[in-house]
Design a binder for this molecule. Structure first.
Ligand code: PEP
Length: 249
């Protein structure tokens, strides 16, 4: 009952003209996709991306948003601006934002609440570091991050949320969690959501995997019981590779 989703996180890559070129390259390749397809270019490329995505089956996502509507917040982008630019999804709490831009569980939660209020769909990232994995506290870490991210979110909004389980040690590392490992952690996250809300509500929310997913390993990861899709970094920057992942669903 959950439609799979494959989202490309382009990070700080591509100019507006390169964005259009990449979209033109892969849009014919994903026309028959059996999942939701999302691309998340930089904020500066959203306008160009929206134009290039007209009349396609591909949705637009942003990589970040601010939790206030307006005011003295130099450099930030508000939900209303994203909505005007045709954005549907927003990545929130990516580990790179937590690491380099002081994103905390508290600001992640504020952003989740604001995006839901504005009818944008958050893709909330959670995941453990290598040290946390080695200490055997993955479950505790993702449990805490999930609970804090969803604090104050009403049960009616749960189905608009996607959680991306992204082990930090696997991001951009060429090292992937095994499909069993990723599936088990995703099941734990779903259990946490069931504890907060109800088992029925937890079945409505998509939980996807991110961390060096590519055209070679996508099929195995996506054929597990609980992985509802992927958040793709590096491999989303090549049209043919991204299309292969989309078409692996
Ligand atoms: C990401 O940044 O969300 C990600 C999953 O990156 P990569 O696919 O490059 O590991």
């Amino acid at each position: 009952m959950r439609k799979p989703i494959i989202a490309g996180n382009w990070k700080l890559n591509k100019t507006p003209s390169q964005t259009v070129r990449l979209i033109e390259e892969f849009k014919p390749l994903v026309r028959e996709a059996r999942c939701e397809v999302v691309v998340c270019p930089t904020s500066a490329c959203l306008f160009a991306a929206r134009e290039a995505l007209k009349d396609t089956n591909i949705s637009l996502g942003a990589q970040n948003v601010f939790y206030e509507d307006s005011g003295a917040y130099t450099g930030e982008v508000a939900c209303d601006s994203l909505l005007e630019l045709g954005v549907k999804y927003v990545i929130i709490g990516h580990s790179e934002r937590r690491q380099y831009f002081a994103e905390t569980d508290e600001t992640v939660n504020k952003k989740v609440l604001k995006t839901l209020e504005k009818r944008l769909k958050p893709i909330v990232c959670v995941g453990e570091s290598l040290a946390q994995k080695q200490f055997g506290v993955t479950e505790e870490v993702v449990r805490m991050q999930t609970r804090l991210a969803l604090s104050g979110v009403g049960v009616g909004d749960v189905e608009d949320i996607t959680i991306a389980y992204e082990p930090i040690w696997a991001i951009g590392a060429g090292m992937t969690a095994s499909s069993t490992e990723a599936n088990d952690t995703i099941r734990q996250i779903r259990r946490v959501v069931a504890e907060i809300y109800t088992p029925e509500a937890s079945q409505k929310l998509r939980i996807i995997y991110g961390g060096s997913m590519n055209a070679r390993n996508a099929k195995e990861l996506l054929s597990t019981s609980d992985i509802d899709g992927g958040l793709i970094g590096g491999a989303s920057l090549k049209g043919d590779l991204f299309a292969q992942i989309v078409n692996a669903v």
